[in-house]
Design a protein around this ligand. Structure first.
Ligand code: IMO
Ligand code: MG
Length: 416
């Protein structure tokens, strides 16, 4: 039973928290795409961990985690993160493995990334972690994989700075490298949790191109990046927040107006702690965009939606969510590819009553106030996909399930 967890918006939906929550019932956890541009936050026992490369299952002492072949890995960032885990008493040795087909990120890639973006007429606002450069080198067939570090003719071609950078890591990487395709085949029949990074709308193909990341953050990227085939995926979980956020540039039709809605903007950003885990940048905030969410459900065959940050709306009298775009007077409900159209789109809003009470102690769907359930059920109807996991706070324990993704059953949607 293999379950994929993807972001169903523009990243930062709470994927790390949900992977951590589900990891207790998984056998292994595989991160399948992206690199240190991701920032996955987990809060447990009052302690907060920010992970960028290591899969979010690592906090359980008995779980094995894999960095998949769809990832681009900066070894300096990886070993800094592993050292942070060790300092926090998390013994990772012997249970973190890396696909020998994963590509490496060298320090100069970061500089190239930043320079390229600053020279763009319309900068993307990258995280500057060398991710775009690593993926473009890979596509140009000039990338260096982990396996290539052990291919003498290839390492001989490396320039001096790259060779000096990688030298201190080779021995450690050798111990951690595996053929992930063989591992996944060996694990057939086990419960594999596949952790995505970024989000459906940051996917290179289906996202708001060119304002996207450069990896496959879609669900289809999961089997590729984990070294298995598409028929090996049983379930796709799409994580989304009760509202929308975006870091960096690009269209965001439901963004709150910074002048006329500054109070709401400020409230959501501060209550939701909407600051980047990787870059510290304040995130752009807006209404839940159901046009975009349904598009994510369709393009990723999401079987179960996972709603996070529902508690951020606890104090509001009323809530709104976008059900269509008004583009030059035309009502649109299919998410457009045209960035010009998205930039002009005005959200058509549906109103909901607020619940005006804390959700913090809700531990089942029945515990949610009626107004919160109405909001959830509207989303389910609109997207044609059940919301099977809900999170109402930062702690691991602030999440509850309506249906365990690892069970088989007709209650899981099939996407639209
Ligand atoms: P997690 O996994 C939010 C955004 C960047 C930028 C664009 C391209 O934490 O959800 P890149 O450095 O990837 O070339 O930047 O993508 N971005 C993210 N936004 N969460 C992420 O990851 C992101 N990873 C990249 O802000 O707009
Ligand atoms: Mg992030």
């Amino acid at each position: 039973m293999n379950t994929v967890v993807i972001g169903a918006q523009w990243g930062d939906e709470g994927k790390g928290k949900i992977v951590d929550y589900l990891a207790s019932s998984a056998d292994v956890i595989v991160r399948y795409s992206g690199g240190a541009n991701a920032g996955h936050t987990i809060v447990t026992g009052g302690k907060q961990y920010a992970l960028h490369l290591v899969p979010s299952g690592i906090l359980y002492p008995d779980k094995t985690v894999y960095l998949g072949m769809g990832m681009v890995i900066d070894p300096a960032a990886l070993f800094t993160e592993l050292a942070m885990l060790k300092e926090n008493g998390i013994d990772w040795e012997g249970r973190v493995f890396i696909s020998d087909r994963a590509h490496l990120v060298f320090p100069r890639y970061r500089e190239i990334d930043k320079k390229r973006d600053s020279e763009r007429k319309h900068p993307i606002g990258t995280t500057g972690r060398g991710i775009g450069t690593a993926y473009s080198m890979k596509s140009e067939r000039d990338g260096i994989r982990i396996a290539d570090l052990f291919w003498k003719e290839k390492t001989a071609e490396l320039d001096e700075a790259d060779r000096a950078f990688i030298a201190p890591y080779i021995e450690r990487l050798e111990k951690m490298k595996v053929d992930i395709t063989a591992e996944m085949y060996r694990l057939k029949g086990k419960k594999i949790l596949l952790e995505g990074a970024q989000g459906a709308l940051l996917d290179l193909d289906a996202g708001t191109y060119p304002y996207v990341s450069s990896g496959m953050s879609c669900a289809s990227g999961a089997p590729v990046g984990a070294g298995m085939g598409p028929r090996d995926i049983d379930r796709v979980l799409g994580v989304f927040k009760a509202y929308s956020t975006r870091v960096g540039n690009g269209p965001m039709p439901t963004e709150f107006n910074t002048e006329t809605q500054s109070e709401l903007y400020h409230y959501v950003r501060e209550t939701g702690r909407e600051y980047g885990v990787t870059t510290g940048r304040p995130r752009r905030c807006g209404y839940l965009d159901l046009v975009a969410l349904r598009y994510a459900c369709r393009t990723n065959s999401i079987s179960d939606l996972v709603l996070t940050h529902l508690d951020i709306y606890d104090e509001l009298d009323g809530i709104e969510a976008c059900v269509a775009y008004d583009i030059d007077g035309k009502i649109v409900t299919d998410f457009p590819a045209d960035i010009g159209a998205l930039n002009k789109a005005k959200p058509v809003l549906e109103q909901f009553k607020g619940w005006k009470t804390s959700l913090k102690n809700c531990r089942s769907y029945a515990d949610l106030p009626e107004q919160a359930r109405s909001y959830v059920e509207f989303i389910e109807d609109y997207c044609g996909t059940p919301v099977n996991i809900i999170s109402v706070g930062y702690e691991r324990s602030d999440t509850f399930m309506r249906l365990d993704p690892f069970t088989r059953g007709a209650e899981h949607g099939n996407g639209l």
